[in-house]
Design a protein around this ligand. Structure first.
Ligand SMILES: O=C(O)/C=C/C(=O)CC(=O)CC(=O)O
Ligand SMILES: [Ca+2]
Ligand SMILES: [Mg+2]
Length: 416
């Protein structure tokens, strides 16, 4: 098991930090004094790499890689530069580094910074690759006897989402209006969703473009890093609109991501395999090695002014298909993939009730309300609720964390 790497930034050596030297995730931030910057999380601090670039302390093949304050231009430099930059940071932030004096001036306390979107999302696709979630939703929306669609064990099913809807943690989420029609109604009405829900997912970020089919190994090599992702979902809008083309407005309100991109490099020690195949996959989808990661996940709900209740705990290793398999499938038609494309894993539910990654499943379609620590009950989200996803891979005496992925629900807009 990998050990904690010690840093001269003391807060990075604490067992409970999300951001030890082993992690070094990438984000974007502003402070009251500065415009948008690219930063690297280290303990309770952010290393301002836009400033390091400006003063000439970085050795990169191009100018102005970090000038815009997003990580897209850095991603486009490619895997060799990703590795070199990470090696530079690991060395320069390591205990006893002679660069401490130069870098110390460019540390910003996280408490003074507000996080922005770490990258510009080029396109966004969401998958449906968690077996427990697909089984549960199939049972609730369709037929418990045929819960999994016939194609499900043969390919990672997905839909094209909206890049424009992806927001960074901390952004409020306005309850959507939409067409609602329950089975007992003759005609739909238009109004606020009454079954507004979350989905606990991971997002994979494409860092290398492709133009044509790729192998699963090539797909894994193309992935730059991972974020936590909450695919906010209006179940009442979804149930009425989804046939036959899939989710549309139900999932177009917002998708929240965690502020830090945890690189694939930081997650390498935590690789794990997808579960045994129930049906043999076609060759283009077979994995040459372990391509999932052991990442513990949880979701908490805090009503306005009340303490949080943990609703669910699960693990990314529950997925049936890895992000690499999803990316290989996505490109299999010749669909070009681009730097900054975001792939949602699909909702990550586990085998037990306390491992379910959506309220749809936790409340079993609204029929079994949950009781919160405050004594209130919930089937779906109420206005004023704050939902927080957290995730970390656990090493020996350290954790590779993502920071919180949080959103608060605001009341629906007045109708147009
Ligand atoms: O089974 C359906 O009709 C729809 C399921 C979903 O909610 C789609 C989705 O976002 C997939 C996922 O997150 O796993
Ligand atoms: Ca989803
Ligand atoms: Mg969405």
């Amino acid at each position: 098991m990998t050990q904690l790497l010690r840093s001269w930034v003391e807060s990075a050596n604490a067992a409970e930090t999300d951001f030890p030297l082993n992690n070094l995730p990438y984000g974007s931030f502003v402070t009251p004094q500065t415009s948008r910057r690219c930063g690297v999380a280290i303990g309770s601090q952010i290393l301002d790499v836009s400033a390091l670039e400006q003063v000439g302390l970085l050795d990169l093949p191009q100018d102005n890689v970090f000038a815009e304050g997003t990580w897209n231009r850095f991603m486009a430099l490619g895997p060799q530069h990703w590795a070199e930059f990470r090696a530079f940071l690991t060395d320069a932030l390591g205990d006893g580094s002679p660069r401490q004096g130069d870098l110390q001036k460019h540390l910003v306390p996280m408490a003074r910074a507000a996080m922005e979107m770490p990258f510009t999302v080029t396109e966004y696709t969401d998958f449906y690759a968690g077996r427990h979630h697909a089984f549960n939703v199939g049972s609730l929306f369709r037929d418990p006897a045929n819960a999994l669609p016939p194609n499900w064990l043969h390919m990672p099913i997905g839909y094209n989402g909206r890049a424009s809807s992806v927001v960074v943690s901390g952004t409020d989420v306005i309850r959507p209006n939409g067409q609602l029609k329950s089975p007992d109604m003759d005609a739909p009405v238009f109004g606020p969703s009454k079954r507004f829900d979350m989905e606990l997912e991971m997002g994979a970020i494409v860092g290398t473009p492709s133009d044509g089919p790729i192998t699963v190994q090539q797909a894994d090599d193309m992935i730059f890093g991972y974020v936590l992702l909450n695919d906010w979902s209006a179940r009442d809008i979804q149930a009425w609109e989804y046939a036959p083309l899939g989710p549309f407005q139900a999932k177009a309100t917002a998708t929240t991501i965690s502020p830090w991109i945890v690189t694939k490099a930081a997650l390498e020690p935590f690789r794990t395999s997808t579960p045994p195949r129930e049906k043999e996959l076609l060759p283009y989808l077979r994995e040459p090695g372990p391509m999932l990661f052991d990442i513990e996940l949880e979701v908490g709900l805090a009503p306005e002014g009340k303490p949080e209740t943990i609703l669910s705990r699960t693990n990314y290793s529950e997925m049936y298909y890895s992000a690499a398999q999803q990316l290989a499938h996505h490109a299999s038609s010749g669909c070009p993939m681009r730097v900054g494309d975001l792939l949602g894993s699909g909702t990550i539910s586990g085998p037990e009730k306390q491992n379910r990654g959506s309220l749809l499943e936790l409340s079993w379609g609204g029929r079994e309300p949950l009781t919160l620590n405050s004594g209130e009950t919930r089937t779906f989200l109420e206005d004023g609720d704050t939902l927080t996803l957290r995730g970390a891979a656990r090493g020996d005496g350290f954790r590779i964390g993502f920071g919180a992925c949080r959103g608060k629900i605001l009341p629906a807009r007045d109708l147009p």
